[in-house]
Design a protein around this ligand. Structure first.
Ligand code: AMP
Ligand code: ZN
Length: 468
């Protein structure tokens, strides 16, 4: 069965067919680096990560580009307030962003281009749009002339009247032909950073950077463009107008947008002051993978309401998963009775189908946890044969390549820990509590938690960031 993805442009699920047979070009709108990204932003990045991981798991070579907006009104204001250059001002936020991606097990994109390093490409597009009559100059700024692009509104399905009122809310002080026209290039204001251009000193409008960088790295037409739902209008609508206006051909084949992460019914956003950064949550003792799990556990096209109880639930669910994985890895029996092979293979098929059906992660997770429940019973009663155990292990590891919710164990370390746990058990039996205590401390230092369940001691890895 072919993979299907929902396309915001057509409002339908469509079979996925990339332009090149085994290669997929993806452009994802990245962060504006004027502050720390909040976990609403990370919902978008985690969704994009699962999409890229899934495509890789299906054998595609993925080329993902994520831009970094390091020049816009907010970065300029911030840098001027602090008396820093743009680059000095944005650098710490860029660094924290890349650190956060790693912490959340988000696989790196192939390239993270900075807007400030692609100004010539942006100027070139603005010049071409001017030559084609799709843009005009006014007081040193360049605007896109929406009336000359009849397809404007095809992504957001806004009619021009709606566009008119939406654009008027934009506090633009420059003189435009029509209120709905948007800015491609802003004339320099006193004291602000600027670049030289054929239209005089100035800086690019935000929308222009994504047209310029996506086409620079992926070509005039590419497979998938992603972002949060707030990007649909005006940002992505404007990208289409700029790119198709300048190239005269279709720009993006498939537009994919995730719905918001909300808090108490409101979008999580910096301006509303209701946002949590990754650090905020880690400082409260939540683990990175529990946060990742929470973000990916809802379907990307449904709104996700953030609550701390939801996060705690995610943490507990992961603990269950880790305990099961460890039991599965450690299970030793020669028994081949009661084959579970059919059940495991059916789960594998159901998991793949769920993910191939527009990234239905919640359905995929339900399949995993149903299988865990069933295999746990077999593990408890020693009825899981070695062959089946290996097939199951491979399935969970493959599923994790797409979901990224647990780390691979270190075999040598596992052996060492097993040895120490056995020694500690021996010491306890001998009533040598001093040795048992010393061993417990050393085990803890290795990040291992011992759990005494029904007379048998099991161990599990401390979760990233878990407080003991
Ligand atoms: P920004 O830094 O505001 O340009 O946003 C970066 C990315 O995060 C974009 O793809 C946004 O659409 C997305 N985003 C922002 N807020 C949220 C939210 N509350 N939920 C989901 N995605 C969001
Ligand atoms: Zn963008």
């Amino acid at each position: 069965m072919a993979m299907k993805f929902y396309n915001t442009l057509t409002r339908r699920k469509e079979s996925f067919k990339p332009l090149k047979k085994k290669k997929v070009g993806i452009y994802s709108c990245g962060p504006t680096v004027y502050g720390f990204a909040h976990i609403g932003n990370y919902r978008a990045y985690v969704f994009e990560d699962v999409l890229c991981r899934l495509l890789r798991a299906r054998g595609y070579q993925v080329h993902q580009i994520m831009n970094i907006t390091d020049v816009d009104d907010k970065t300029i204001r911030g840098s001027m307030d602090e008396g820093k250059t743009l680059s000095e001002y944005t650098q710490p936020f860029r660094e924290v962003f890349f650190g956060d991606l790693k912490t959340l097990h988000i696989e790196p994109a192939e390239c993270y281009p900075l807007a400030t390093q692609h100004i010539p490409q942006m100027i070139e597009i603005a010049e071409k749009l001017l030559r084609r009559g799709l843009a005009y100059e006014s007081e040193g700024s360049i605007y896109f002339r929406i009336s000359k692009f009849p397809e404007y509104g095809k992504l957001s399905r806004m009619d021009l009247e709606q566009v008119q009122s939406a654009e008027r809310m934009d506090q633009d002080e420059y003189e435009k032909e029509e209120a709905r026209d948007f800015c491609l290039w802003k004339a320099a204001r006193e004291g602000e950073p600027f670049w030289e251009s054929p239209f005089g000193r100035g800086r690019p409008g935000w929308h222009l950077e994504c047209s310029a960088m996506s086409m620079h790295y992926l070509g005039a037409e590419f497979d998938i463009h992603t972002g949060g739902e707030d990007n649909i209008f005006p940002h992505h609508e404007n990208e289409i107008a700029q790119s198709e206006g300048v190239m005269g051909k279709p720009f993006v084949r498939n537009w994919m947008h995730c719905k918001f992460l909300i808090v108490d019914g409101q979008k999580m956003s910096k301006s509303k002051g209701n946002c949590y950064t990754l650090r905020d949550l880690l400082q409260k003792g939540y683990t990175p993978l529990a946060i990742r799990y929470l973000l990916l556990s809802a379907h990307y096209r449904s709104v996700l309401n953030f609550t701390f109880s939801g996060l705690e639930q995610a943490q507990k669910t992961l603990e269950r998963l880790y305990a099961f994985m460890k039991r599965l890895r450690d299970h030793r029996t020669r028994s081949e009775q009661d084959s579970s092979l059919e059940e495991i293979q059916a789960a594998q098929k159901a998991f793949e189908e769920a993910l191939d059906d527009d990234l239905n992660v919640p359905q995929g997770l339900a399949v995993l946890f149903d299988l865990i429940r069933s295999l746990n019973q077999r593990l408890e009663t020693g009825r899981l044969g070695q062959k089946d155990r290996k097939v199951a292990l491979k399935f969970f590891e493959d599923a994790n390549k797409v979901l990224g919710i647990f780390s691979k164990p270190d075999g040598a370390l596992d052996q060492k820990i097993n040895q120490m746990v056995r020694e500690r058990e021996g010491a306890r039996k001998r009533k040598d509590f001093k040795t048992a205590d010393r061993l417990r401390k050393r085990i803890l230092e290795l990040g291992i938690i011992l759990e005494d369940t029904g007379g048998t001691v099991r161990w599990r890895r401390k979760l990233d960031g878990e407080n003991l």
